[in-house]
Design a protein around this ligand. Structure first.
Ligand code: ZN
Length: 152
C-alpha cells in the first residue's frame, strides 16, 4: 500500500473532472429573456461571471452562465449550473451552502449531497487559499441571484 500514491490518483481523477467542465462547460451561453440576471466578479484573479435564471414557481427551470477567467472559476460555474438545474430554489440554496462549507469551513467532501458529486473535485483547491474565491464565485453569484429574486 502506498497512501501517498492513492491521494495522487484521486487528485488525477479530480483534475480530469475539472478540466472536462472547463473545456466543455454545461449550460454555457447567454439567455435572451431571463427572470434574473446577476453578475459576479472575483477581482483577486480577474474572474467574471454572468448568470441567467428562469423560474417556474420555485423551481429553477433554466440556468445559463457566461464567463471568463481561470479554469477553476469557469469549471465551478459549469458544475454549479449542472447541479441546480431543475431543482427548487431551497434545495439549490442548501447545495450552495454545502459547497461553501466545504471550501471555507472544512466540511469534508464525502459528506456533501449527491448532486455535488462533480463539485467535490474542487476540494483540493482549499490548499491554495487565493484560489478559493475562484471556486466559490459561481455559488455566491447564485445565492445573490436567488436573494435578488426574493426566492430565498
Ligand atoms: Zn480564478
Amino acid at each position: 500500500m502506498n497512501p501517498g500514491g492513492e491521494v495522487q490518483f484521486t487528485d488525477e481523477i479530480y483534475r480530469e473532472v475539472i478540466l472536462d467542465h472547463y473545456r466543455s462547460p454545461r449550460h454555457s451561453g447567454e439567455m435572451a429573456d431571463p427572470d434574473v440576471f446577476e453578475a459576479g466578479i472575483n477581482p483577486l484573479c480577474g474572474d467574471e461571471l454572468m448568470l441567467f435564471l428562469k423560474f417556474k414557481g420555485v423551481a429553477i427551470a433554466e440556468i445559463a452562465f457566461k464567463g471568463k477567467g481561470c479554469s477553476i472559476s469557469q469549471a465551478s460555474a459549469s458544475m454549479m449550473t449542472e447541479a441546480v438545474q431543475d431543482l427548487d430554489v431551497f434545495r439549490a440554496e442548501a447545495l450552495a451552502r454545502e459547497f461553501k462549507d466545504m471550501m471555507l469551513e472544512g466540511r469534508p467532501a464525502e459528506s456533501l449531497s449527491a448532486e455535488l458529486e462533480d463539485a467535490k473535485s474542487l476540494e483540493g483547491v482549499k490548499r491554495y487559499p487565493v484560489r478559493v474565491k475562484c471556486a466559490v464565485l459561481a455559488w455566491n453569484t447564485l445565492l445573490e441571484a436567488l436573494k435578488k429574486r426574493g426566492k430565498i
